[in-house]
Design a protein around this ligand. Structure first.
Ligand SMILES: *[C@@H]1O[C@H](CO)[C@@H](O)[C@H](O)[C@H]1NC(C)=O
Ligand SMILES: *[C@@H]1O[C@H](CO)[C@@H](O)[C@H](O)[C@H]1NC(C)=O
Ligand SMILES: *[C@@H]1O[C@H](CO)[C@@H](O)[C@H](O)[C@H]1NC(C)=O
Length: 556
């Protein structure tokens, strides 16, 4: 059963995981480069140039001496591996095109922000009627009168990839209906009002806070969210298998929204509930938590942190986590890891005080490992300047595809965890500046590119692009209830109510959403995939070398 599955599967662990792979993009880019084979020559030429350049430029970024020593000792086959890596690390990451400069306007005096009214019914006013009788905020004026908006972060470009399966066919009502099979709810937006038809309960308050987030989006951009209809599945595992829709005759896949996907699936990823709060385990809305993490991060200087790799989480949810526990320090051997199993029951009853995320930035290295699928904890782990040792993830969520190995995190082999972790910590402790720099790059990514503002803009663009694909006009489903902030927040109690009030959008946003960058070109997708795999191979190679040279010495 869905409900039980999600209980087991449970990205529930606050100290857990999320990841990104690139196979699907490889597959896609292969397809699209076949489609446009006339560009093949140019592509080849480009790669040759990049390759040649790479032979001359070393990856200063990672470490001069490492590269030098590798090249010095490398056999020819090793050089074959190393060269493209260093090259591609030098190649700039695909950047969105800068927005066209708009003619300068004289800054107008800013009008006072409109406060959207919010009040709960008094006496015995019937909640069922509260949404229809609540007026919508006036629609925002069009873009022309708003200040020009800068480009969104690069990971927004994956929106185009996620919707690519329907690019030529569009999305019909029949396709949406097929997605109902596993959906927890159907969401319809008509003229800025939200209607929901529930099919099955979600685990904890996943659906509640996901829908709350969508209502806040409607408050932030009144009049700008197009009419649409979608199916949402709140369970951990992606279910739309790409292989079922690959053959020529196959029907188009059903569009299904959820929190994560992987290379083998076509589920459309959407920001998870935790951005508005997770009351069951006392994780507050992201805006406040992000600020606390920033302060927590400043409490202990990186150099003064414990020089070990730290992980705390629930090992029961996945075999790979139990495997990780074997790397814990013991009397026999120190793999440089300090691992702790979370006492789930004790913490649930104790209000998760021991899991205070903002006070967890006291180790130089923090391990991220997936549970059953992605985990909401990835953003918390990356937010410490500590170097994140990321055990090879199999899943991605909406932002993790913007992360690069060695630039934002240190890759750890999932079938060789202990050795990988030991090497990473040894490397970091002897290259402190570099390890700290990677950690810092990750925390600035989280602080700057994953601001709540961008979470809303991601939703805005994803839903807008999705709505453009609809080939029919959605209508209000007969069994749907209308949702509005009052309908959800007024009867809520305790932390649920507090998190809703804290994360409520109080006024429409006074500028346009960021500008959606264009789709990746097939070449860009290939380069970015190559860059990723080569950086990982590079680290594996260093690791292997270190392991061998250590084996030849007696163990201390
Ligand atoms: C609220 O109104 C609806 C119809 O308008 C009715 O079915 C429902 O029983 C009412 N609930 C209460 C608590 O009065
Ligand atoms: C594809 O569709 C045609 C006509 O609908 C059918 O005759 C054929 O068997 C199908 N082929 C496959 C591989 O399903
Ligand atoms: C790992 O080792 C530390 C130090 O010995 C210990 O406190 C901790 O409980 C161990 N973790 C697990 C999961 O056994």
């Amino acid at each position: 059963m869905q409900r039980d599955q999600s209980k087991l599967g449970l990205g529930i662990n606050p100290v857990v995981s999320a990841g990104a792979t690139i196979f699907r993009q490889l597959k896609k880019s292969r397809k699209s480069s076949l489609a446009g084979s006339s560009t093949g020559g140019a592509v080849l030429l480009f790669f040759l140039i990049v390759l040649l350049l790479g032979a001359f430029i070393s990856a200063r970024w990672i470490n001069d001496s490492d590269i030098r020593s590798i090249t010095a000792t490398a056999t020819e086959t090793q050089i074959l591996i190393v060269t493209p890596t260093t090259t591609l690390q030098q190649a700039p990451p695909p950047q969105p095109l800068p927005p066209k400069p708009k003619p300068k306007q004289k800054p107008k005096p800013k009008p006072k922000p409109l406060i959207i009214p919010f009040s709960c019914p008094t006496g015995n006013q019937n909640l069922t009627d509260i949404c229809p009788s609540t007026p919508l905020p006036p629609p925002l004026s069009d873009d022309a009168s708003l200040p020009p908006s800068p480009s969104c972060p690069g990971y927004f470009r994956w929106i185009h990839e996620d919707l690519r399966p329907w690019k030529s066919t569009g999305i019909t009502q029949e396709m949406v209906e097929r997605a109902r099979r596993t959906a927890n709810f159907r969401l319809v937006i008509l003229d800025g009002r939200a209607y929901v038809e529930y099919y099955r309960p979600s685990f904890q308050t996943r659906d509640v806070f996901t829908l709350w987030g969508i209502l806040q989006l409607l408050r932030r951009y009144p009049g700008r969210i197009p009419d649409l209809e979608l199916m949402f599945d709140t369970v951990d595992w992606p279910v739309i298998l790409a292989r079922d829709y690959r053959c020529r005759n196959a029907s188009a896949p059903p569009p299904l929204f959820r929190y994560c996907a992987n290379d083998l699936t076509l589920d459309i990823v959407f920001p998870d509930w935790s951005f508005w709060g997770w009351p069951e385990i006392n994780i507050k809305p992201w805006e406040a938590l992000q600020r606390e993490l920033k302060e927590g991060n400043e409490r202990v200087r990186w150099m003064d942190r414990e020089p070990y790799a730290y992980w705390k989480g629930n090992p029961v949810v996945a075999p790979t986590r139990q495997d990780l526990l074997k790397c814990n320090v013991s009397e026999a051997y120190d793999w440089n890891a300090r691992l702790y199993a979370q006492d789930w029951f004790k913490e649930t009853t104790g209000g998760f005080k021991e899991s205070d995320l903002a006070s967890q930035c006291i180790h130089r290295y923090k391990i991220y490992i997936e549970g059953t699928t992605w985990s909401v904890s990835e953003k918390y782990i990356l937010a410490c300047d500590s170097l994140t040792l990321l055990v090879n993830p199999r899943f991605y969520d909406f932002f993790t595809r913007g992360l690069m190995p060695v630039q934002h995190y240190w890759p750890v082999q999932s079938d060789n965890k202990c050795r990988s972790i030991k090497f990473a910590v040894d490397w970091g402790n002897s290259h402190k500046q570099k390890a700290h720099a990677i950690g810092k790059e990750a925390s600035s990514f989280i602080q700057e590119k994953l601001k709540m503002e961008y979470v809303y803009d991601y939703m805005f663009h994803l839903l807008s692009e999705y709505a453009k694909l609809l080939r029919y006009k959605p209508t209000r489903p007969p069994n749907a209830v209308e949702l509005c902030s009052e309908y959800m927040a007024c009867p809520a109690e305790g932390l649920e109510k507090k998190f809703m009030m804290d994360s409520m959008v109080k006024s429409p946003h006074d500028s346009a959403p960021c500008t959606l960058p264009p789709p990746f070109s097939p070449v860009e997708l290939k380069i970015s995939a190559r860059r990723k795999t080569n950086a990982i191979k590079q680290v594996e190679f260093w690791e292997q070398r270190a392991w061998e040279s250590q084996k030849s010495r007696p163990m201390q």
